[in-house]
Design a protein around this ligand. Structure first.
Ligand SMILES: *Cc1c(COP(=O)(O)O)cnc(C)c1O
Length: 442
C-alpha cells in the first residue's frame, strides 16, 4: 500500500501542475489564498462541535467557538445583516435549510428559475426525462411541488409581468431567485412585492454571486426583499468549499438555526469555518477592488471574444453584470462540433472552461451533453492578477483554437508560457503568495 500512497501523491501533484499550467475559466471556481489554505489545514479538520457557539454538545470547543464567532461576525459585516449561519457545509445544504424553514413537509410549493435557463439542480423537483429519473434536490429531499418562473431569453433574465402572474396563480410558499447562469441581477424588488401579496417568503441563492454582492456589486437581495440568502463560499467568494445562510429577519433566527442543526448536520467541517473566516477578512479588505476587476474582466473578455468572431450573448446589454459570460458556439458545429466537443478541444490546449446549455437549446434539440454554449468566468484569472490585456490574450488563444483551428499542441505550449507570468495570488495579505503549490509551508 505504500505504492498506492505514492501513486495518489503523484496524481495530486499532476493535478496541481495541470492548473498551474492552464487558464482556469470555470465560472463556479476560484482559488484560495495561502492564509485560507493554512486555516483549512488546521487541527479542527478532525474535531466535532455540534450545535451553536456556546451551546455545544462536545468538549474541547473553546477555540472552535472563538473562530466560528469571528466567522459569523465577519459574514454579518460583509453582507450587512443580523444573522449569519456559517455551518452549512455547502451551498446545497444551505438551500435545504432554507427549504426546511419556508416550505411545508407535505407538497410545499416553491417557485424557481427554469433549470435549462440556468436554474440549479438543487432547486429542482424529481422528474423523468427521456425515461430517466432525474433527482432534483428539492423534490427528492423535501418532496416539493415546484413551478417555474417565466424567463425572457432575449434579456437573459426573468420576465417580471409573466412571473408575477405565475406567483399569483400558483401561490407558492417560497419564491427562490438565483441560478447558475447568472448574467444580470434578478428583479427581486419587483417580484418580492408580489410574493408578499400571496404570503410567500423570498429566498435568493447567491452561490455564484455571493462575493460580488458582499463587495457591493450586482444587487443587494436582503434589501430588495429577500428573507434569506444562501450561498456557496467558493465561487466568486474565494473561500473554502462550504456554505452560508444569511438573513435580516430577527423573528426567523431560531427557526433558521434549527433548520440547519439538528435538521441537516452533525459535524459542520470546522476547519472550513476557520478558513471561511479568513476569506471574509480578506474580502472585507480587498473585495471592493477584486470584485470590481472580476466584473470588468468579464466584460473585457466578452468584448474581445465577440470582436474575434465568437458570439457572446447579450451584446446589447454589455454582455454581463457578473463574473460570467455565455458564448453561443453553434456556428462551429460543422467545423468542430458543439459545446462538449469544444470544451474537450480547449482542455487539450490547457484552457479549462465548461459547456453550457443555451436557453433555447432544448427546444432546438440540443441537450446537456453537447449543448450550443459555453460558460466562462473570470474569478480565478482575476485573482491571479490578470487584467484587460490578458483578457485579450485569452480571447486570442480561444480564437486560434476554434476559429483558426491551430494545432492544439502549439497552443498548449503558448498557454503554458503565458501562464508562467501568473502564479501569484493577489488581493490577499501575505507574501510570498504562490498559487498551485502542491504542499505549502508557511
Ligand atoms: C453551485 C451552486 C450550488 C451548489 O453549491 P455547492 O456549494 O456546490 O453545494 C447551489 N446553487 C447554485 C445556484 C449554484 O450555482
Amino acid at each position: 500500500m505504500r505504492n498506492k500512497v505514492e501513486e495518489i501523491r503523484q496524481i495530486l501533484m499532476e493535478h496541481n501542475r495541470l492548473f498551474s499550467d492552464s487558464i482556469p475559466l470555470i465560472a463556479s471556481e476560484n482559488i484560495t489564498s495561502p492564509a485560507v489554505d493554512e486555516a483549512a489545514n488546521c487541527d479542527m479538520s478532525h474535531r466535532y462541535a455540534e450545535g451553536w457557539v456556546g451551546q455545544r454538545v462536545y468538549a474541547g470547543c473553546k477555540y472552535i467557538d472563538m473562530v466560528e464567532d469571528i466567522c459569523m461576525e465577519l459574514a454579518k459585516e460583509y453582507f450587512k445583516c443580523i444573522h449569519a449561519d456559517v455551518r452549512p457545509i455547502s451551498g446545497v445544504v444551505a438551500n435545504l435549510a432554507m427549504y426546511n424553514a419556508f416550505t411545508s413537509d407535505n407538497n410545499g410549493k416553491m417557485l424557481i428559475m427554469p433549470i435549462p435557463k440556468g436554474g440549479h439542480i438543487s432547486h429542482a423537483p424529481k422528474f423523468t426525462k427521456s425515461g430517466m429519473a432525474i433527482y432534483g434536490t428539492a423534490g427528492t429531499v423535501r418532496g416539493l411541488n415546484i413551478e417555474y418562473m417565466a424567463f425572457d431569453n432575449d434579456e437573459m433574465n426573468l420576465d417580471v409581468d409573466k412571473t408575477a402572474k405565475i406567483i399569483r396563480s400558483f401561490e407558492p410558499e417560497l419564491v427562490l431567485f438565483g441560478g447558475s447562469v447568472f448574467l444580470f441581477p434578478h428583479p427581486v424588488k419587483e417580484l418580492s412585492e408580489v410574493a408578499k401579496e400571496v404570503g410567500a417568503n423570498v429566498g435568493y441563492d447567491a452561490a455564484h454571486v455571493a462575493g460580488l454582492i458582499g463587495s457591493g456589486y450586482f444587487q443587494d437581495p436582503l434589501r430588495e426583499g429577500a428573507d434569506v440568502m444562501t450561498m456557496s463560499t467558493h465561487k466568486t467568494l474565494p473561500g473554502p468549499q462550504h456554505g452560508t445562510l444569511v438573513s435580516n429577519r430577527e423573528d426567523l433566527i431560531e427557526t433558521l438555526r434549527s433548520c440547519t442543526f439538528p435538521a441537516l448536520l452533525s459535524n459542520h467541517h470546522l476547519h472550513n469555518v476557520a478558513a471561511l473566516a479568513v476569506a471574509f477578512a480578506e474580502m472585507l479588505e480587498f473585495g471592493k477592488e477584486y470584485h470590481k476587476n472580476v466584473i470588468q474582466n468579464a466584460k473585457a473578455l466578452a468584448q474581445a471574444l465577440n470582436e474575434r468572431g465568437i458570439n457572446v450573448l447579450m451584446e446589447h446589454k454589455g454582455f454581463t453584470e457578473s463574473h460570467q459570460i455565455v458564448v453561443d458556439i453553434t456556428k462551429f458545429e460543422k467545423t468542430i462540433g458543439l459545446g462538449g466537443d469544444i470544451e474537450a478541444l480547449l482542455e487539450k490546449c490547457n484552457i479549462i472552461l465548461n459547456r453550457n446549455l443555451l436557453p433555447w437549446d432544448i427546444q432546438e434539440g440540443r441537450h446537456y451533453q453537447n449543448p450550443g454554449g459555453l460558460r466562462l468566468g473570470t474569478s480565478e484569472v482575476t485573482r491571479l492578477g490578470m487584467g484587460k490585456t490578458e483578457m485579450e490574450d485569452i480571447a486570442e488563444f480561444i480564437k486560434k483554437v476554434i476559429v483558426d483551428k491551430s494545432d492544439p499542441k502549439k497552443i498548449r505550449e503558448q498557454v503554458i508560457e503565458f501562464k508562467k507570468g501568473f502564479q501569484e495570488i493577489k488581493y490577499c495579505f501575505q507574501s510570498p503568495n504562490k498559487a498551485y503549490e502542491y504542499i505549502k509551508f508557511y
